[in-house]
Design a protein around this ligand. Structure first.
Ligand code: NAD
Length: 362
């Protein structure tokens, strides 16, 4: 076995159905009395319900979270939080709401209780992406890691089928990259393989029946494992490409992850055979990149960047941006290789089998 470093997050996890009823006792366990409940405008009702359930432990709601955590929104929220004399943040929602919670925590050191309603995994990470002057930058800080995660399957039952599929693929991407990360370790690899297997079974069941509670439970469990992987190791080509495409071309977050993942896996396949074996085993398939593509397609999720709004004319800039700053990745990054990857992702071409010689990226 290779030597490794593994740091465990100091997070308390409450998992189950109906667990949102625990929010009051979790606020009290943190010795807090004035919680604000955050959400997006679309999930304002869920935030209001939680605030009502908190009763005198809540000072109100802020339903202002939007995608990509713009700093102007955060600054307004920090002012509101200070004038309401908040001592604890409760966030109910997906990565956008949890992003706002983390951005407030970064600036105020307030403790956070988060109730995730998608599979994005942000709740389990000390990573925060923020947008200022049209540019999204990412930081890691223990200050932004939530103190408590309450996973309540009930809150995920309303996740629309399209979001279920793309958010689930977004989660799987964390696990895939964890398997070939430069700082991979036996613990995250175990979590990652289990997560891919669990989500690989749950997502097709949810495509059949979005109200399948058992599949919803499995998907949420898998999403937690994926978020834990994202936090524990550094991410490579896939996440960097998605970041570039999201930040510079304004492509939607989870959909972009869904489209890029099979191609990033194919790019790295020859350089990470053990990771590919584990992904293929988890999905019960022969070839990992093809299995990821087939899974996305079977879920009715997008498989081509052109359907997300990227144009052929954007490829040169996207390639240049994606190869500008070097970072660890199993397969060295080359401009022609990344360009070919993006061309295939643009048109939605199924990746060639990892063992086949044609269409090799690098
Ligand atoms: P999101 O939070 O933007 O949610 C998308 C939409 O779905 C919103 O309108 C939301 O209100 C709604 N929604 C969410 N859950 C719902 C539910 N159960 N029922 C009905 N509607 C629901 O989407 P997301 O993909 O979870 O988050 C994307 C953001 O999270 C991006 O900004 C991304 O950068 C960030 N993110 C950060 C990390 C990290 O570790 N920092 C990890 C993953 C994603």
């Amino acid at each position: 076995m290779q030597p490794f470093i593994y740091a465990q997050s100091p997070v308390r996890v409450v998992f189950g159905a109906g667990t949102k009823a625990n929010v009051g006792s979790e606020v009290q366990l943190l010795n807090c009395h004035r919680a604000v409940v955050l959400s997006t405008p679309e999930q304002a009702d869920q935030a209001r319900n939680l605030a009502e359930a908190l009763g005198p432990l809540s000072v109100g709601t802020l339903a202002q979270a939007v995608m990509h955590t713009p700093v102007e929104v955060t600054e307004r929220a920090v002012e509101a939080v200070q004038s309401m004399r908040v001592d604890c943040i409760v966030a109910v929602g997906g990565g956008s709401t949890i992003g706002l919670s983390k951005a407030i925590a970064l600036r105020t050191d307030l403790p956070q209780i988060v109730l995730p309603t998608t599979y994005a995994g942000s709740e389990a990470t000390s990573i925060l992406g923020q947008t200022a002057a049209g540019e999204k930058t990412t930081l890691r800080s223990p200050k932004v890691l939530p103190e408590v995660i309450i996973y309540d399957v009930d809150l995920t039952m309303s996740l629309p089928p399209h979001l279920t599929a793309v958010s689930g693929m977004n989660a799987i991407a964390h696990a895939v990259e964890a398997l070939y990360a430069a700082d991979a370790n036996p613990i995250t690899s175990l979590l990652a393989e289990e997560a891919i297997a669990v989500l690989g079974k749950a997502l097709p069941r949810l495509r059949e029946n979005p109200n399948d509670r058992e599949a919803r439970t499995d998907a949420l469990y898998g999403a937690w494992l994926c978020g834990t992987c994202l936090n524990a190791v550094s991410m490579g080509l896939h996440h960097k490409l998605c970041h570039t495409l999201g930040g510079s071309f304004n492509l939607p977050h989870a959909e972009t992850h869904t489209v890029i993942l099979p191609h990033a896996a194919r790019y790295n396949a020859a350089a990470s055979p053990d990771a590919m074996r584990r992904i293929a085993r988890a999905l019960g398939a022969e070839d990992a990149p093809q299995a990821l593509f087939d899974l996305a397609k079977s879920l009715g999720a997008p498989v081509a960047l052109e359907t997300l709004g990227l144009k052929p004319a954007d490829l040169a800039r996207a390639t240049a941006l994606a190869t500008k700053t070097p970072y660890p990745n199993p397969e060295p990054l080359t401009e022609p290789g990344i360009r070919m990857l993006l061309e295939n992702a643009l048109s939605g071409t199924r990746p060639s089998a990892s063992a086949s010689p044609e269409n090799v990226y690098a």
